[in-house]
Design a protein around this ligand. Structure first.
Ligand SMILES: [Zn+2]
Length: 151
């Protein structure tokens, strides 16, 4: 981002916030050459996140899929849609912030379990049983015991 005053190439970001249209981000920058401040409007880069599934096939991360998975786990529980949206937002943000463009579906599952654990234990165990693919009732009970003993 070139400084409009002196043309120096490097600047540091002092403040950034979404612009009114929501598609751009407004940044206050300070030139590392002359120290003057200027504002830029930058297009938000949305690099798709690629999910590597258990069978090694890949697909683009689908927020709705994650949402419906969590919804299913929270069925008939006292978890509001706002809480679920918030969990999905947090997970998505973590994925966006990780430097890897490819993540495994297990990793997303772990993140979702982390969030669910904080919100509702029954939903957590339901979700975990699907994600970890418990082979039998014993592994399932083991997980349940682990959860209980953490309290
Ligand atoms: Zn400058």
């Amino acid at each position: 981002m070139k400084c409009p005053y002196c043309g120096y190439e490097e600047s540091k970001v002092i403040d950034s916030r979404p612009a009114d249209d929501g598609e751009r981000i407004r940044r206050r920058r300070e030139c590392l050459g002359c120290g003057k401040r200027f504002t830029t409007h930058e297009v938000i880069e949305t690099v798709p996140i690629i999910v590597v599934k258990r069978d090694r096939s890949r697909e683009v991360f689908d927020r709705n899929k994650l949402l419906s998975g969590i919804l299913r786990a929270c069925e008939k529980r006292k978890v509001s849609i706002e809480q679920i949206e918030k969990m999905v937002d947090d997970i998505e943000m973590k994925l966006q912030n990780s430097l890897d463009r490819e993540v495994t579906s297990q990793f997303i599952g772990e993140l979702a379990m982390e969030e669910l654990k904080k919100v509702d234990e029954v939903s957590y165990v339901r979700f975990a049983s699907v994600y970890r693919q418990f082979k039998d009732i014993n592994t399932f009970l083991e997980e349940l015991n682990k959860l209980m003993s953490e309290k």
